[in-house]
Design a protein around this ligand. Structure first.
Ligand code: 13P
Length: 287
């Protein structure tokens, strides 16, 4: 059974580790992330952006696929299916489609409108048994058409959104989706400490997990981050392994063109990346 993400993240906050959210794109991604979590005995969150939801033929298809793969593989670690950077409409659609967790990204609305929409979605999500993440201060860069300026979240605004009953909160602290530019200034730990002080026991979420140096990840967890989102890094691992297979001409040998063979190195590479992240985030053996 899929679970909502509230309990696993509250445990992570108490235990000073973080649970990884790994974004999925298709069946291979889903199997690889689930296999990695099971092997590491770790809770895990499968993230689905609105773009990836469309690509996979809609949220209902995604929910059915994830549930069936989860059961078929006999997964026993806690798994949540979470909408990533949801719009107001997308969040409602995922509640209906059978997701177990949603993110409402109202960071581009004026704060009053963000508050009103978040309140409505908190009630709808909780009524249906889902957990809900909200965002304050946009995450920089671009993910599936969601573009953010990368502003640092204001601690007082974070406290205001936290009070609405959200289960965990994403706060911009200089983090960026995709690869970090060479001149990136790093995470703003002063802002993170202020947000933590203002939001108390609220588990905090770090987006843009790809390419953040290990010492910064550890410090962010120390300062209250309980969920770390990773997307691009799995895509890079998949692409590199697939490229290697094709450049070695393996698709031309025997039945190497069989998609089950062609996609296998990429799927194995995703699994390896997820296992490394689980180790780094400290969630191994916390299932
Ligand atoms: P990356 O693509 O930078 O890993 O970010 C993932 C993310 O934050 C998903 O919301």
């Amino acid at each position: 059974m899929l679970v909502n993400a509230a309990e696993m993240l509250n445990k992570a906050r108490e235990g000073h580790y973080a649970v990884g959210q790994f974004n999925i794109n298709n069946l291979e991604w889903t199997k690889s992330v689930l296999a990695a979590a099971q092997e590491m005995n770790s809770p895990v969150i499968l993230g689905v952006s609105e773009g990836a939801g469309k690509y996979m033929a809609g949220f209902r298809t995604v929910a059915a696929m994830v549930r069936e793969i989860h059961d078929f593989m006999g997964i026993t670690v806690p798994v949540a299916l979470h909408l990533d950077h949801g719009s107001y409409e997308g969040a409602k659609a995922c509640i209906d489609a059978g997701f177990t967790s949603i993110m409402f990204d109202g960071s581009h609305y004026p704060i009053e409108e963000n508050v009103a929409k978040t309140t409505e979605l908190v009630n709808a999500a909780h009524e249906a048994g889902l957990s809900i993440e909200a965002e304050v201060g946009a995450i920089g860069g671009e993910e599936d058409g969601v573009i953010g300026a990368g502003e640092v979240a204001d601690a007082a605004e974070c406290a205001r959104i936290a009070e609405l009953g959200v289960d965990f909160l994403a706060a911009g602290i200089g983090n960026i989706h995709g690869k970090y530019p060479a001149n990136w200034k790093g995470l703003d730990f002063e802002a993170l400490a202020a947000i933590k002080a203002a939001t108390g026991d609220m588990p905090l979420v770090l987006h843009g997990g790809t390419g953040i140096p290990t010492d910064m990840i550890r410090k962010a967890i120390d300062l209250g981050v309980s969920k770390i989102n990773v997307n691009t890094e799995c895509q890079l691992s998949f692409a590199a392994a697939t490229r290697e297979y094709i450049e070695a001409g393996k698709d031309l040998q025997g039945k190497g063109f069989d998609p089950r063979k062609l996609l296998a190195p990429g799927a194995a590479a995703i699994k390896e990346t997820v296992k490394e992240k689980i180790e780094l985030f400290g969630s191994a053996n916390k299932a």
